[in-house]
Design a protein around this ligand. Structure first.
Ligand SMILES: Nc1ncnc2c1ncn2[C@@H]1O[C@H](COP(=O)(O)OP(=O)(O)O)[C@@H](O)[C@H]1O
Ligand SMILES: [Mg+2]
Length: 565
């Protein structure tokens, strides 16, 4: 009925008693309201004047207003609570995404990851709010109202008691049907977003090969499937709401019928009969409210499951390092026989080399040579299958260590901008940075002429940045993280046009000073600036040395440069 992962969220257990108390209080108000109302009506029926029933009328008004007040209070409480919870979740998710790194996110499908973060959390927030407010009402209010009704007229209480389990069974049966449909709907939503994003990315290639028409058709089919799944879910949801309402109405009618018959026979007084009749629909109300929102929140439930799945993903964090590394000119990192093979059989194998001091290293090779794989192992996003890493005399089995990741800045091929303020996006690695520091980092990264305030929302739902601007945000992140003296870059300018690329390069070069730099690239213009080139071909290191030396002595290097130029 209420899923475990919801209860497991931090703080949910704490708000339960408060919500429970509010529900008890609300049940008292509802009972008071019914008793006073029936007293007023009975009084008027017995030809009392309005002034004579005024105290009861006032009692009714007080109960009515208090009930609404309690509702308002609960809403306020839950708004704040779920907002806070959702913000924390968003933050955890982003931290996780950065920890997992680009490799794992690629496996997950970028569309899925993005749609989980952006739309998912809003749905989770809604889900928390609706479910928490309804569930306790449903568990508390009917029980208390039933007790009150039993005191007024035990026969009606028995009718209502018998009806309740039936209503619940009805709800559960239809709930299950709707749930499996909602899950299918969510899956096809993920499929749609992945598919759409992939096609969009490749649209120029598709056009080039004259395939864009085929893809338009396939996007149409996928979205059509999504529409059908949505309508299916809605149909079951409508049906079950209708069934439940019908059932509740039928039960109330039964109570009314018996009360009426006994009133005519004079077996019951008007006042308790009236009060019981007013309370009967209130008895079913929490259940109906829950059922209505239950269907509306199934998406939130699925989104919460995806969020949890992402949060639970193994980031392969080892903990061999006891502290963050401050790479200095005497530091060394030695790789020996480092191997990583993917399921496809590709990857990199038997990598041997040593990095030391503030050298600038380029990983060079054709597409698919293994640059990203090697760089991901070096920057701690991917663990090697075998091999030995020695960091300043300390032997390590891999670098997927939180302390290592904190020692370096990583600039990927395309930067993920999350939906948030410019300040949050830039200060991602350095949350304690002051505005002055952030602005300085932005100036160094060439973001100053963007003329945006730090509070401006960017990313989904905010201002959309161009590819070059996104890369500048990544640069500003790196400039801000001054203490991190290792810099890893994976083709940081590969998807930009040549002017933007050269402009961004101008901004990147100052970052290289007094750092260990590892740059994966297949662009020639970087090479003269680097101290050492590591040449990769089909997962093997086939040459190491300075640019000029390799150019003189390595035929493959010469051939590759000629192909690339
Ligand atoms: N997650 C993966 N699963 C299976 N094969 C992969 C994966 N990532 C990369 N590969 C393969 O490993 C090889 C090296 O890839 P990569 O390191 O991305 O090369 P580069 O960055 O030099 O283009 C390629 O043949 C690629 O197809
Ligand atoms: Mg690559």
């Amino acid at each position: 009925m209420i899923d475990k992962s919801l209860i497991a969220l931090p703080g949910v257990r704490r708000v339960f008693p408060i919500l429970g108390l509010l529900a008890v209080f609300q049940a008292l108000c509802i009972s008071g309201q019914a008793l006073f109302l029936s007293a007023v009506l009975t009084g008027l029926w017995e030809h009392k004047t309005f002034t004579e029933v005024l105290p009861q009328a006032a009692g009714f008004a007080v109960c009515f207003l208090t009930r609404e007040g309690v509702n308002f209070l609960r809403q306020k409480l839950l708004d704040g609570f779920s907002y806070k919870l959702a913000s924390e979740m968003r933050e955890n998710l982003l931290t996780k995404m950065f920890q997992l790194g680009p490799v794992a996110l690629q496996e997950l499908g970028t569309g899925t990851a993005a749609s989980t973060v952006i739309t998912g959390i809003d749905e989770v927030e809604m889900y928390i709010k609706l479910v928490l407010s309804k569930v306790l009402n449903m568990m508390v209010i009917p029980v208390l109202l039933l007790i009150v009704i039993a005191f007024l007229d035990w026969r009606s209480a028995i009718v209502l008691l018998i009806a309740f389990p039936f209503a619940i069974i009805f709800m559960i049966l239809l709930g299950y049907a709707a749930q499996s449909r909602a899950e299918r709907q969510y899956k096809s939503f993920q499929l749609l977003s992945n598919h759409f994003l992939d096609s969009l990315r490749g649209i120029s290639t598709l056009k080039y090969f004259g395939k864009s028409k085929d893809y338009a058709n396939s996007i149409y089919l996928t979205s059509e499937r999504f529409r059908k799944a949505t309508m299916n879910t809605l149909r079951v949801a409508m049906l079950s709401t209708f069934a439940l309402d019908f059932f509740a109405t039928l039960s109330v009618a039964t109570v009314a019928l018996f009360l009426g018959l006994r009133l005519m026979d004079g077996h019951i007084l008007l006042s308790p009969a009236l009060a019981a009749l007013i309370l009967a629909p209130e008895y079913f109300l929490p259940l109906r409210e829950f059922a209505n929102d239950y269907h509306a929140t199934l998406n939130g439930k699925n989104a919460l499951a995806s969020v949890n799945q992402l949060l639970a993903m193994d980031e392969h964090s080892s903990s061999e390092l006891t502290e963050v590394i401050h790479w200095s000119k005497n530091s060394t990192l030695n790789l020996s026989e480092l191997t990583k093979t993917y399921e496809s059989g590709r990857g990199v194998s038997d990598v041997n080399f040593e990095l030391s001091g503030f050298k600038k290293i380029a990983l060079v090779g054709a597409s698919g040579a293994g640059k990203t794989t090697l760089l991901s192992m070096l920057s701690g996003f991917l663990s090697p299958d075998s091999g030995q890493i020695t960091l300043n005399e300390q032997k390590l089995s891999g670098l997927t260590d939180e302390n290592w990741r904190r020692s370096l800045s990583f600039i990927p091929q395309s930067t993920y901008i999350f939906s948030g303020s410019l300040r949050e996006n830039v200060a991602f690695y350095e949350k304690s940075a002051t505005d002055a520091e952030i602005l300085e980092a932005m100036r160094l990264a060439g973001l100053a002429d963007l003329n945006l305030s730090l509070d401006e929302r960017i990313g989904a739902g905010g201002r959309v940045l161009s590819g070059g601007q996104k890369q500048r945000v990544a640069l500003a992140r790196a400039f801000l993280a001054k203490d991190r003296s290792i810099l890893c870059l994976d083709e940081p300018t590969a998807h930009l046009d040549i002017e933007t690329e050269l402009e961004i390069k101008e901004n990147i070069l100052p970052l290289f000073e007094d750092k260990l730099v590892i740059l994966a690239t297949h662009r020639l213009h970087w090479l003269p600036q680097m101290d050492q080139i590591i040449l990769l071909n089909e997962g093997q290191v086939v040459g190491i040395g300075p640019h000029e030396e390799l150019y003189r002595e390595n035929n493959y290097y010469k051939q590759l440069l000629e192909e690339m130029s």
